[in-house]
Structure formats: structure tokens, C-alpha cells
Design a protein around this ligand. Structure first.
Ligand SMILES: NC(=O)c1ccc[n+]([C@@H]2O[C@H](COP(=O)([O-])OP(=O)(O)OC[C@H]3O[C@@H](n4cnc5c(N)ncnc54)[C@H](OP(=O)(O)O)[C@@H]3O)[C@@H](O)[C@H]2O)c1
Length: 281
């Protein structure tokens, strides 16, 4: 089987389709074990998902060498700060049963309290992550849900440019400003909710286009991300859909269809934005 990967700015290779674990597992590792059996080696978790133990258990029980996996976790937005980041990193490793992470991300740039200071806590978190990175405990460090102004504030007083920015990204919500800004800096963008948590699957334009390529709308969305240079993280709890979501390398979306997907009217947005309270859609 061909291995499809992206290469981060520090040379670390990352499997081109990751498995999203949010709401895929709680205390039970069966869904992740199934994803591993289907061929996923890139697993996206977070302290907030409360499933790191289950993910770690599935990895160990697979009998596959830890080095074959690419495991991402994230520090939650209410835990920003230097000491807190060191502690949270240790907790994530303990729960996952690993002594290193492949990728560690700041989950959101700001706490829920929008009046709270975030610039200094972000930089302090990043200082801890830079130390962990330099000591070899994390292979790549990055951020999530950072818009250009959050990235600028972070980079003003830190030395390592984030290697990854994980953003909501799918047809109908492509966050062009944040994606372009990140990509210009050599930051690998990852797509969370690459099919808008199933909210875009009934969109007529997508259905018609998927028919043309003889794929599902989910496959079209995943392929769309890849062709934008964005690494998709689909979640599924069904073996058949897990398999389908990795089977996206046998077709190519034509240029005009890419333009069409990039210019769809807004659809499927989660309502989440780092500078706003959650917007009810
Ligand atoms: N950084 C962040 O702030 C952030 C936020 C949200 C999510 N994430 C990450 O991104 C991952 C993915 O995002 P997500 O879970 O929100 O949404 P998603 O992957 O876009 O969508 C998942 C939904 O689509 C369905 N689905 C999956 N494959 C399908 C297929 N081939 N055909 C039809 N339906 C399909 C799933 O149902 P079934 O399970 O029944 O198949 C589920 O309802 C998360 O698991 C998490 O790792 C990160």
C-alpha cells in the first residue's frame, strides 16, 4: 500500500489522512481499534475529549510498534500557562501510555472568558512546548483554531513557528484568510470536521459533483482538503465509512470543480469561533 504523507517544516512525516476521535470514543477503545485495523496510523485526540486512555489502550493492544503511529494531543483552553502546560503534557502522556507525543497543539488560542488575557498565557504555554520539543518529548508542536492575529501575537515573542494549525475546514467554510496566512508561513494546516460533522453531506452541489466522480460526498470533502494542501481528520464509528474515508487517492477533482467547491456559499459552520461565544446556528 502506498503511504501518503505530508512533510512538516521540520522534516517530520505525517500520514495524510488522520482519524478524528472526538465523540468516537469515551471510555471504550473499540472504535479506535477498528480504525487501526482499517489502516489508520494517525490518531487525533485531546485532553478535552477524555478519551486519551482509550486511544492509548487501542494503540497498545494493536501490537503494532508505537513508532508506526502518529499521535496528536492538545492542551485545553482553560489550562494555558507554563507550569500548567508541562503538567498537562505529562498527564496526556500518562493517559496515552506513551513517553512522547508526535504532535502537541494548543487547542484554542483563548479561554472561554473573552475578557481574560490570552496573549501572555499563549506565549507561556508555547515556551513550555518549545522546551518539550527541544528535549525530544514532542516531535512537532503546533496550534489549533489560531487566526492570523493569534499567530502574530504568539510569534512576536517566541522562537519556533508553529508546525501545524488545525482549523475547521470543509466546503462551505474554508477559512481562507487563516489557511493562506498559515500556509505562507510553512505551517501545515489540518482540517477538523472535514465534512462539517455531516452537516454538508446533503448539499445538492456536493451530491451532484460526488456522483460525477463516482465517490461519496464524504470522500469528495476529504479529497478537497487534500488538494488544498490541508490534512483531513475525518471521524467515523462505522468500519465501512472509516475505510471509505481513506480511499481518496484514486480520483482527482478537476480545477473548475475545485473553484466551485472553494466558492460555495457558507454551509455547515459549527458556530465556533475563537473570538466569540459559541454562535447558535
Ligand atoms: N481542534 C478542534 O477544535 C477540533 C474541533 C472538532 C473536531 N476536531 C477533530 O476533528 C475530527 C473530525 O471532526 P468531527 O468529528 O467534528 O466531524 P467530521 O469528521 O467532519 O464528521 C463526522 C460525522 O460524519 C459522519 N461520517 C463520517 N464518515 C462518513 C461517510 N463516509 N459517509 C457519511 N457520513 C460519514 C460520522 O458519522 P459516523 O460516525 O456514524 O460514521 C459523523 O457523524 C474530530 O474527531 C476531532 O479529532 C478538532
Amino acid at each position: 500500500m502506498t503511504r501518503h504523507t505530508f512533510t512538516l517544516a521540520n522534516g517530520v512525516e505525517i500520514p495524510a489522512v488522520g482519524f478524528g476521535t472526538y465523540k468516537a470514543v469515551s471510555q471504550d477503545e473499540k472504535v479506535v481499534s477498528e480504525a487501526i485495523a482499517q489502516g489508520y496510523r494517525h490518531l487525533d485526540t485531546a485532553a478535552f475529549y477524555k478519551n486519551e486512555e482509550a486511544v492509548g489502550k487501542a494503540v497498545r493492544e494493536s501490537g503494532i510498534d508505537r513508532k508506526e503511529f502518529f499521535i496528536t494531543s492538545k492542551i485545553w483552553r482553560e489550562c494555558l500557562g507554563y507550569e500548567s502546560a508541562l503538567r498537562e503534557f505529562g498527564e496526556s502522556c500518562r493517559k496515552l501510555g506513551t513517553d512522547y507525543l508526535d504532535l502537541y497543539l494548543i487547542h484554542w488560542p483563548r479561554p472561554f472568558d473573552l475578557k481574560a488575557d490570552w496573549k501572555e498565557p499563549d506565549r507561556e504555554t508555547w515556551r513550555a512546548m518549545e522546551e518539550l520539543y527541544r528535549s525530544g518529548k514532542i516531535r512537532a508542536i503546533g496550534v489549533s483554531n489560531f487566526l492570523p492575529h493569534h499567530l502574530n501575537e504568539l510569534m512576536e515573542q517566541t522562537s519556533i513557528i508553529p508546525l501545524v494549525n488545525q482549523l475547521e475546514f470543509h466546503p462551505g467554510y474554508i477559512q481562507k484568510a487563516a489557511v493562506d496566512f498559515s500556509q505562507r508561513l510553512g505551517i501545515q494546516v489540518e482540517a477538523w470536521s472535514p465534512m462539517g460533522r455531516a452537516r454538508v453531506l446533503e448539499e445538492p452541489v456536493l451530491k451532484e459533483m460526488a456522483e460525477k466522480y463516482e465517490v461519496s460526498v464524504a470522500q469528495l470533502c476529504i479529497r478537497f482538503a487534500l488538494q488544498c494542501g490541508v490534512l483531513p481528520l475525518p471521524k467515523s464509528s462505522s468500519p465501512e465509512r472509516m475505510r471509505q474515508n481513506m480511499d481518496v487517492f484514486g480520483f482527482e477533482i478537476e480545477e473548475n470543480d475545485m473553484h466551485c467547491l472553494m466558492t460555495l456559499p457558507p454551509i455547515g459552520w459549527s458556530g465556533e469561533h475563537p473570538d466569540r461565544d459559541r454562535v447558535k446556528i
